[in-house]
Design a protein around this ligand. Sequence first.
Ligand SMILES: [Zn+2]
Length: 382
Amino acid sequence: MNSKLLENYYRNFFPCNDLCRWLNLGIDLKIDDSTTRKSYFERREFVFYYHGDIYCRHISFSSADELKEQLIHDKPEKFGIGAVYSLPPKLRNRKQKKIKYEPVEREFVIDIDMSDYDKVRTCCSGAVVCQLCWKFLELAWKTIDNILKELFGFKVNLWVFSGRRGIHCWVCDSEARRLSDFERKSLIEFLNSGPNFSIYILNICRAIFNNRFEEIIVKDQKLFENQERLDECVKIINSQLGTTLKFAAKGTSEETWAEILDFINSQLDQQKIDEIKNKIYFSYLYPRLDIYVSMEISNLLKSPFSVHPKTGNISIPFLVELAEEFRVDKVPNLVGLNAGVDDLAPHIKVLNIISDKLKECCRKKRNRKTANFDTQNYVPKL
Ligand SMILES: [Zn+2]
């Protein structure tokens, strides 16, 4: 990675103050210098990654300027964010009065990678993401965001395109930040089990997936022109009906799907018809979650506005409402920024919207005097 470009990025384009405000619960470090607020940011772990898989954990900073100076000086290829600890990570080896160094808070994070969609796409594979692939991520984005809002009341969700093949969600609400490892594991497994176990998730998916199966799987991906891929779908029908049915992929994907649909609709039991269709829709379109990223409070995740070392793209926040307008070929990158072609401003605005929401959510929380949230007795709002 070109270190001159990196240095230039950190010096001239990287929105350091905005990122630090988000990491400080929406409060500007420069305006509000009360000790308690600042100490929140100071206790946040950063990790810097260098060429050749070298990384440095447990770095921390006292101000946005300090972070910016260090980035310009070290020029890491990318950097990540960890938990807020009981002590500033850089002071962890100093003898403290009986304070154990441990993670105390961290956004609940979700990672969705396009490489996990290879079985249901034909346009690309692996880390490649085109505009057709993006439709899967767009659905994943909407589905998970809706579930978090409707079922758990988590409203401050920052969504970020990682710069290459995936999207990340940072759930910033107080209750989410204070989840224990056990609760994080339970929550991500619940989200991953999806419509199989929850009628609530089933209903949310029904509204979002409406007609998108035909568009994405049948037309865009032309999945049923391929016998092997078709067999996978027929397997679902056979398992639902206890049959040993076979379909041949001899026509277009649309023709084969019409044939399958005719067969499903010919069943006498309407409930069974719905069940089979739902089973098919969900197994193709339900978000593929990389659940291990979410499980532990001390896990690291690449920061928004960090560079992706393989593409030079910047990881950018994006609004769920605008997911359909997202263009994977228009993601700002180091070269484009340097040439004055790309612009980070719309994405900085998104981060600031989330910071404002976060500040408001923390203010309400303080007013309700419920700051001592009891994570042990936390019950998701179902
Ligand atoms: Zn593609």
